[in-house]
Design a protein around this ligand. Structure first.
Ligand code: NAD
Ligand code: DAU
Length: 339
């Protein structure tokens, strides 16, 4: 079995590659990644030399390059993690989000049609459903919740989802989609809430909380997401959407206070800053379908997961310090200039 994992030098994609190489030593895993600012090849350094692993620096929008890779590898399964993923950046400049998240997805699916695959899996997000009111804790996103996006990022992800379903209906492409809630864990890029707060705490820098910090996210440890994707690509029904989340709702301000407590830093570091434009209030996933059909449920509680995550950032300072300093961008040249 050959699996192409796009965006595998990013946060969730890299965790998925480690998970798959560990669980399926007989599979060939091919990572296709453009290495944007969010892609870090050093994350994959421990697997780069494995005989059943290949890294290919490539843009998913590059049709010729993508077709060539499919011709060489004849993949059975394609899992598309590659995306511009940060909401704040999409508010600054939507254009790259439209190219990568929409056009890139269509290029990958065209390659799947041309060369034939058994499954194309699209990694989507709970953000395609918009947000829920904070005073209605009884409401959750189900797979039937209408798409109702807020940011250019979520609109681009929802557009891709519509395209994926259209390729299924029109061309019979064997697709699945997963819509997961906020992930956290190792290798999370330090522009996102949890790793940014950990890194700033450790550097005694202000902790910028948007608005009043009352927004709610539904947190899932990244390994639990990887297990869900594994189940969906092997056992999920073609043409179906699966929501992934573990009923782990937390207010932003409570997370930041918890990180301060765990790292023994004063809450006086917390600084309330101007709110994000169009800021979604609350996300909350109903995971009944994936539980009933595939038996998935999260295994890591938030208490365990946040401790593991903080310890990982303490033990891997070089990884995030190189990102903050910009040095990580030289890794590809160091690794590949003499190869
Ligand atoms: P990330 O930003 O950490 O990583 C994205 C990766 O994609 C990077 O390695 C980057 O180099 C690569 N990439 C970007 N544009 C590319 C292109 N044009 N061609 C090839 N590679 C490209 O993102 P993440 O947080 O790991 O998210 C991965 C996927 O999961 C995304 O599709 C995102 O929408 C989705 N998702 C993320 C979360 C979350 O909490 N992080 C939750 C639900 C869904
Ligand atoms: O829900 C899934 C989504 O989760 C994914 O689709 C996105 O790719 C991923 O980036 C994430 O989006 P969010 O916008 O929820 O994550 P972020 O870490 O950017 O922000 C989490 C919350 O914290 C949000 O309410 C904004 C707030 N925040 C964020 C940052 C970076 C702050 O208050 N301060 C900050 O500095």
């Amino acid at each position: 079995m050959t699996v192409i994992v796009t965006g595998g030098a990013g946060f969730i994609g890299s965790n998925f590659i480690f998970y798959m190489l560990d669980k399926y030593p007989d599979y060939r895993i091919v990572c296709l990644d453009k290495l944007t600012y969010a892609g870090n090849l050093s994350t994959l350094s421990t697997v780069l030399d494995r005989s059943n692993f290949r890294f290919e620096k490539l843009d998913i929008c590059d049709r010729e390059g993508v077709y060539k890779l499919f011709e060489e590898e004849s993949p059975d399964i394609v899992v598309n993690f590659a995306a511009e993923s940060h909401v704040d950046r999409s508010i600054e400049d939507p254009s790259v989000f439209l190219n990568t998240n929409i056009i890139g997805t269509s290029v990958l699916m065209d390659a799947c049609r041309k060369y034939g695959i058994i499954r194309f899996h699209q990694i989507s997000t709970d953000e395609v459903y918009g947000d829920l009111p904070i005073d209605r804790p009884d409401l959750f996103f189900t797979e039937q919740t209408p798409l109702h996006t807020s940011s250019p990022y979520s609109a681009s992800k929802a557009s891709a989802d519509l395209l994926v379903m259209s390729y299924h209906r029109t061309y019979g492409l064997p697709v699945t989609i997963s819509r997961c809630s906020n992930n956290y864990g190792p290798y999370h890029f330090p522009e996102k809430l949890i790793p940014l707060m950990i890194a700033n705490c450790l550097s005694n820098k202000p902790l910028p909380v948007y608005g009043q910090g009352l927004n709610i996210r539904d947190w899932l440890y990244v390994e639990d997401h990887c297990r869900a994707v594994d189940l969906i690509i092997h056992k999920g029904r073609v043409g179906e959407v699966y929501n992934v989340g573990g009923h782990n709702e937390m207010m932003n301000i409570d997370i930041v206070k918890l990180i301060c407590k765990e790292l023994n830093k004063p809450e006086s570091l917390i600084t309330f800053v101007t709110d994000r434009k169009g800021h979604d209030m609350r996300y909350a996933i109903d995971p009944t379908k994936i539980y009933n059909e595939l038996g998935w449920r999260p295994e890591t509680s938030f208490e365990q997961g946040i401790k593991k995550t903080i310890n990982w950032y303490l033990d891997n300072r070089t990884w995030w310090e190189e990102i903050i300093s910009g040095d990580y961008k030289n890794y590809y040249d160091r690794m590949y200039s003499n190869r």
